[in-house]
Design a protein around this ligand. Structure first.
Ligand code: ACK
Length: 986
C-alpha cells in the first residue's frame, strides 16, 4: 500500500515556503529548489522513490521525492542524484529538508515501518555514464527526523519539516553522486542543497583579500596576503586568516593611501585642488602652505608663488620663502689693529630663520677700475662668510689703503632667486690705521735646530716701533699651529726647530697704532736629519759648559762691583738655618682635607666627558664678540659680552679655537676649560662656559680689564704704593692657596699668567698648561727633554720634573720679584743655562729697587733649595696679611740694610778679574786674547757691546767658540747695561 499521493497533496496544501537566505560565505553546488527544469535523478527500483514536481505560487517548480512503502517488509529503495562537480570544495555540506511520518500513527505497520533513511555518496572524476552500483557508495549517515508527524497533525495542519546538514570530506575527485536509501519509511524529501564554504572577497585596511577556501582541518587557518587598493601602499604586509567556517579572522598589517591621495570610505581618493598630501599615510590632504598653490587634483606638493622658493631641505609643509632684504645700519669701527664691521638684521628675513651674512671685500687703487677682491689678503673673525651675528672683525689689513666691504644677507633660498642681490656697502680708508711694513727677511745663519733672521727697519715711519712679532710654523702643519715670538731688535734667533724640516717665517711690526701686515713668507729647511736631535742635546751641554765660564765672569764681576760699593742688586742670598722641615704637603700630594679635590681631565677615558662634567655649554647667540685683544696658542682671544637670561649682561674674554684644528688640539684647548670649571675662587679666573656644539669652539671667561699682570706693571712702572703691590701679591697667594688645597699644581705660575681687573684684583689663569708647557713662550727645552719656563721653575722641577705645590711656591717667589720690580724680566737677559747654574751655585735674585726687606725675605724663603723648607701658600697669605695690617713692617728697604753692611766682599768665593784676559781665561777661551787685543777690545765695556758678527770678525772661526764668547758677552753686556740704567758705572 502506498501513501505517496497523500503526502504530495498534503505538502502542496501546506505550501512550504522554501525561500532561502543566501550566505556570502557559501558556494552552492546544487540547490534543488532553484533547478527550473527536470532534475533527472534516478530511482531504483522503479516503484521505490517517486519524483513529483509541482509549481509554487510564482510558477517555479518544486522538486520533491517521496517514498512510503511502510506496509511491506525488506524495502531497499534508492534515489541517486546527478553527478555534481566539486569545484574548489575540499569539504562539502549536504543540507536536506524533509518530512517523515511517525510509524505509530499508521495502523497495521508495526514491524515493517521505519523512521530513518540513509545518505550515501560516491566520488568520481567521470561525469557521465556511470552505472549505479550501491556497493561503491559510502555511507554518510543515517538520517532521522527531529520531528515526525502523525495523521492527527495533518488534520490539525501541522506538518513538521526537518532540516539536517551533513559534512563530507575531504573530497579529492572532480565530482560526486549523492544517494538516498529508504528502508521502509514514509518520507518526503523536499529539497537538497549542497554547498561548500569559503572566506569571501573582502576589503580590509585598504587591502583586498580574494575568495579563499578554508582547509578541511577545521583547526588550521589559511593565511592570505592582501593586495593594496589603488593608490595605496603597504605599511606592514596586510594579512587575514581564513577560518574553516568561511570567516575572516585576525587582521594584520595595513595599507595607507599614497602621497596625493587620502582615504575616503575605504578607498584612496585624489586630493582636491588647493590641497596636497606630501607623504603616504593615513592623514588627510592639507591646505597648501602660505605662498604656495596646487591647481589640479592629486597634488603631492604645492608650487611656490612667483618670487617665493622652497630650499632643497625645506619640508613641503613649510611656507614658501624669499631671499632677505640687505642688512641695515652697516657701520665700521677702525682701531689700531682691527676693523670692526657691525650691522643690523635685514628688515625682511624672507620668512626664514637661517639668516647668514657674507662679507665681500674690494681693495681699490686711486682709479675706480683698479679694484680687486681682497678676502684672501685679510683675516676675518670669525670668518668672512656664513656669519650668523651682525658683526665681523677684520685683521691684517694694510695701512694706507681703501677697502670696500659689501655685506650681503642670505638665507636658504637666496641661491634660487634670479633677482640681483642687494648688499649693504661701506668704504673704509686705513690711512691712519697701521704702520708700514718691514722689508723682506734675511737669514744670517742657521743650524739644524735654529735660525738667525734679520730684516730692515721700516724706513719712513713716524710711529715708534714697539717691537716685531715673528710668526713661524712647520710648513707641513700650517693649518694646525704656529709659534710666535717678539723682539725689539730687527733680528731674531729662533731655536728649538726640528732638523730637516721646512719652516715658514714672517714678521710684522707693532707700533702704538697697531700691527703692520706681515712680510712675505720666508721659507727655510733646517739642515741635518732627525738624528741631529740627539746631537742637539749634546750642544746644550756644550752651551752649559760655556755658560759656566760666562756665569763665573758674571759672579766675579758682581763681586768686584760689590767691593767697590756700587752694586746693590745681586748678592748671594742667605738661607735661614732655623727653617723647620716641612714635609708631605710640599711634595704636592696631600690636598687639604674637607676641600673639593681637583680632578685631572686626563684621567677621563673620554676627555669630552670632563668638559661636560665641569663646564656649561653656552648658546653662541648669547655671545657678542667685540674685538680681538690678543693671540692665544689655539687662536684669537677676544673681548665681548655675554647675555644670560634673567641676569645682567657681563663683559667676557673669549678664547677661540682657530679653524683647521685636529682633534688633539680641540681636546687640549678644552682641557683648560675642564680644569678652570672646577674652580670657584675670587682669585682664580672664572669660567663662564664653553661653546663646543658649534664653530668656532670657544672658552668664555670673565673679562679682566687690565690684561696680564706683567705688561700691566710695565705700563705703570712706579705707579703703585707698596701696600697696593702687596695687595696684588696677597690675591695671587690666596688663589694659589685655593689651588694647592684642591691638589692642583699650576706649573706655570708667572706674572704673564696672572690677569688684573679694573679693581686691581689679580686672578690666576692659564690652566691648560699643567701637563704641556708647549705654548708658553718662556718655556724652553731642558736637557731631560721637557719644555719648562726655566726662570720661574724650581730646580727639582727643571732637573727631574718634580712639580708640586712647593715648586709652585718657588714660582710664586719669582712672581713676587716680577711684581716688586714692575715687570722686570727675572734674571734679566741671562741665558737659561746661566740661570740654572747660578741657582745651583746658591745665588738668588736680589731685591728689586725699593723692595721691603720683609718681602725679599719671603721671596728667598720661596726659593729654598730644599722644597720642604719653602712656605705653604697658607703661610704666605697670613704673612702678607700681617704685613698689610702692619704697614710699618714694610718700611725697611733692602738697599738701606745693604748700605749698612760693613764688608760686602767678606763672603767672596771667586777670584776677581777686571781684564779681558782674565775674562777669557774664565770662559776657557784664552787662545783668543791676542785677537781681542789686535782688534782694539781692551775694556770689558767695549767687549760688552760686541755682536756675534764682531766676534766672528776678530777671527773666532769655530761656531761653538763664537757662541760661547757671544753668550758670555751677552750676559756681560746686559749686566753692564742694567748697571748703567740704574745709575752705576763700571
Ligand atoms: O696682556 P693682555 O692684554 O692680557 O694680552 C693677553 C691676551 O689676551 C692673550 O692672552 C688677554 N687676556 C686673556 N684672558 C683675558 C681676560 N680674561 N680678560 C682680559 N684679557 C685677557 C691677555
Amino acid at each position: 500500500m502506498s501513501f505517496g499521493n497523500r503526502f504530495v497533496l498534503v505538502s502542496l496544501f501546506l505550501g512550504f515556503s522554501l525561500t532561502r537566505l543566501s550566505y556570502s560565505n557559501q558556494v552552492v553546488l546544487l540547490d534543488t529548489t532553484s533547478v527550473l527544469g527536470e532534475l533527472g535523478w534516478k530511482t531504483y527500483p522503479i516503484n521505490g522513490w517517486d519524483a513529483i514536481t509541482e509549481m509554487d505560487e510564482q510558477n517555479r517548480p518544486i522538486h520533491t521525492f517521496q517514498v512510503c512503502n511502510v506496509m511491506e517488509p525488506n524495502q531497499n529503495n534508492w534515489l541517486r542524484s546527478n553527478w555534481i562537480s566539486r569545484q574548489a570544495a575540499q569539504k562539502i555540506y549536504v543540507e536536506l529538508r524533509f518530512t517523515l511520518r511517525d510509524c505509530n500513527s499508521i495502523p497495521w505497520v508495526s514491524g515493517t515501518c521505519k523512521e530513518t533513511f540513509n545518505l550515501f555518496y560516491h566520488e568520481t572524476d567521470e561525469a557521465h555514464s556511470v552505472k549505479f552500483k550501491p556497493p561503491q557508495y559510502t555511507k554518510i549517515d543515517t538520517i532521522a527526523a527531529d520531528e515526525s508527524f502523525t495523521q492527527m497533525d495533518l488534520g490539525d495542519r501541522i506538518l513538521k519539516l526537518n532540516t539536517e546538514v551533513r559534512e563530507v570530506g575531504p573530497m579529492t575527485r572532480k565530482g560526486f553522486y549523492l544517494a538516498f536509501q529508504d528502508i521502509g519509511a514514509c518520507i518526503a524529501l523536499v529539497s537538497v542543497r549542497i554547498y561548500y564554504k569559503k572566506c569571501p572577497f573582502t576589503l580590509r585596511n585598504l587591502a583586498s583579500f580574494p575568495d579563499t577556501v578554508p582547509r578541511v582541518d577545521s583547526s588550521s587557518l589559511v593565511e592570505v596576503r592582501g593586495a593594496c587598493v589603488d593608490h595605496a601602499e603597504e605599511r606592514d604586509t596586510p594579512k587575514l586568516f581564513c577560518g574553516a567556517d568561511g570567516d575572516w579572522l585576525v587582521p594584520l598589517g595595513r595599507c595607507v593611501c599614497s602621497l596625493a591621495y587620502e582615504e575616503i570610505d575605504g578607498s584612496c581618493a585624489a586630493c582636491r585642488p588647493g590641497f596636497y598630501k606630501a607623504f603616504a599615510g593615513n592623514t588627510k590632504c592639507s591646505k597648501c602652505p602660505p605662498h604656495s598653490i596646487s591647481y589640479g587634483e592629486g597634488a603631492a606638493i604645492c608650487r611656490c608663488e612667483t618670487g617665493f622658493f622652497r630650499a632643497e631641505r625645506d619640508p613641503p609643509t613649510m611656507a614658501c620663502t624669499r631671499p632677505p632684504s640687505p642688512p641695515r645700519n652697516l657701520m665700521f669701527n677702525l682701531n689700531d689693529t682691527c676693523l670692526m664691521l657691525e650691522w643690523s638684521p635685514p628688515g625682511d628675513n624672507g620668512g626664514r630663520r637661517d639668516l647668514t651674512y657674507n662679507v665681500q671685500c674690494k681693495r681699490c687703487g686711486p682709479e675706480p677700475d683698479q679694484c680687486h677682491f681682497c678676502e684672501e689678503e685679510l683675516r676675518f673673525l670669525p670668518r668672512p662668510s656664513g656669519l650668523t651675528n651682525g658683526t665681523v672683525t677684520v685683521m691684517d689689513f694694510s695701512a694706507h689703503a681703501n677697502y670696500t666691504f659689501e655685506i650681503e644677507s642670505l638665507n636658504g633660498v637666496s641661491d634660487m632667486s634670479s633677482f640681483p642681490r642687494q648688499v649693504a656697502i661701506v668704504t673704509v680708508s686705513t690711512d691712519q690705521a697701521g704702520p708700514s711694513l718691514v722689508g723682506t727677511l734675511k737669514k744670517d745663519w742657521a743650524s739644524p735646530n735654529s735660525i738667525a733672521l734679520s730684516w730692515q727697519q721700516p724706513e719712513q715711519t713716524t710711529l715708534l716701533i714697539l717691537d716685531y712679532e715673528i710668526k713661524y710654523y712647520e710648513k707641513e702643519h700650517e693649518q694646525l699651529s704656529y709659534s710666535s715670538t717678539r723682539t725689539k731688535a730687527p733680528s731674531v734667533i729662533i731655536s728649538g726647530l726640528i732638523p730637516a724640516t721646512w719652516y715658514v717665517f714672517c714678521v710684522r711690526t707693532r707700533t702704538p697704532a697697531g700691527y703692520s701686515s706681515y712680510t712675505p713668507k720666508y721659507e727655510y729647511k733646517t739642515t741635518g736629519d732627525s738624528s741631529d736631535i740627539a746631537s742637539d742635546q749634546g750642544q746644550v751641554l756644550v752651551i752649559v759648559t760655556a755658560a759656566v765660564g760666562g756665569f763665573t765672569l758674571l759672579v766675579i764681576l758682581t763681586l768686584f762691583l760689590l767691593i767697590t760699593g756700587r752694586c746693590q742688586w745681586y748678592f748671594k742670598a742667605k738661607m735661614s738655618p732655623e727653617e723647620k722641615r716641612r714635609t708631605d704637603y710640599q711634595n704636592g700630594h696631600a690636598p687639604f682635607p674637607g676641600i673639593k679635590t681637583y680632578v685631572d681631565p686626563d684621567t677621563y677615558e673620554d676627555p669630552t666627558q670632563a668638559v661636560h662634567e665641569f663646564t656649561k655649554e653656552i648658546d653662541p647667540s648669547r655671545i657678542r664678540i667685540e674685538r680681538v685683544i690678543g693671540a692665544g696658542e689655539f687662536g684669537e682671544v677676544c673681548s665681548g659680552r655675554l647675555r644670560t637670561p634673567g641676569k645682567k649682561e657681563i663683559a667676557v674674554a673669549i678664547k677661540t679655537l682657530k679653524g683647521g684644528y685636529v682633534e688633539r688640539q680641540r681636546r687640549d684647548f678644552l682641557r683648560e676649560a675642564s680644569i678652570m670649571g672646577q674652580f670657584d675662587h675670587p682669585n682664580i679666573i672664572r669660567l663662564e662656559g664653553v661653546v663646543t656644539k658649534s664653530r668656532p669652539v670657544m672658552i668664555v671667561v670673565e673679562y679682566m680689564e687690565n690684561g696680564s699682570l706683567d705688561s700691566f706693571l710695565r705700563q705703570h712702572d712706579g705707579h703703585f704704593t707698596v701696600i697696593q703691590l702687596v695687595g696684588m701679591l696677597r690675591g695671587i697667594a690666596s688663589g694659589m692657596k685655593y689651588l694647592s688645597d684642591m691638589g692642583y699644581v699650576h706649573r706655570d705660575l708667572a706674572a704673564r699668567n696672572i690677569l688684573v681687573n679694573s679693581n686691581l684684583v689679580c686672578k690666576v689663569s692659564d690652566f691648560g698648561l699643567s701637563r704641556v708647557l708647549e705654548d708658553d713662550p718662556e718655556a724652553a727645552y731642558t736637557t731631560t727633554g721637557g719644555k719648562i719656563p726655566i726662570r720661574w721653575t724650581a730646580p727639582e722641577a727643571i732637573s727631574y720634573r718634580k712639580f708640586s705645590s712647593a715648586s709652585d711656591a718657588w714660582s710664586y717667589g719669582i712672581v713676587m720679584w716680577e711684581v716688586m720690580s714692575y715687570g722686570e724680566r727675572p734674571y734679566w737677559e741671562m741665558s737659561n743655562q746661566d740661570v740654572i747654574l747660578s741657582i745651583e751655585e746658591g745665588y738668588r735674585l736680589p731685591a728689586p729697587m725699593g723692595c721691603p726687606v720683609a718681602l725679599h725675605q719671603l721671596m728667598l724663603h720661596c726659593w729654598q733649595k730644599e722644597r720642604s723648607h719653602r712656605p705653604k701658600f697658607t703661610d704666605v697669605v697670613s704673612f702678607l696679611d700681617k704685613l698689610i695690617r702692619n704697614p710699618s713692617s714694610l718700611l725697611p728697604l733692602v738697599e738701606d740694610i745693604q748700605s749698612l753692611a760693613e764688608s760686602p766682599g767678606e763672603d767672596m768665593d771667586y777670584p776677581m778679574f777686571i781684564s779681558i784676559g782674565d775674562w777669557l781665561d774664565a770662559i776657557k777661551m784664552s787662545q783668543y786674547k791676542s785677537n781681542f787685543m789686535a782688534a782694539g777690545y781692551n775694556t770689558l765695556d767695549s767687549v760688552a757691546r760686541m755682536s756675534i758678527e764682531d766676534v766672528r770678525r776678530i777671527g773666532v772661526e769655530l761656531i761653538g767658540h763664537q757662541r760661547r764668547i757671544s753668550s758670555s758677552v751677552q750676559t756681560l753686556g746686559l749686566q753692564l747695561l742694567h748697571e748703567q740704567e740704574k745709575g752705576f758705572h763700571v
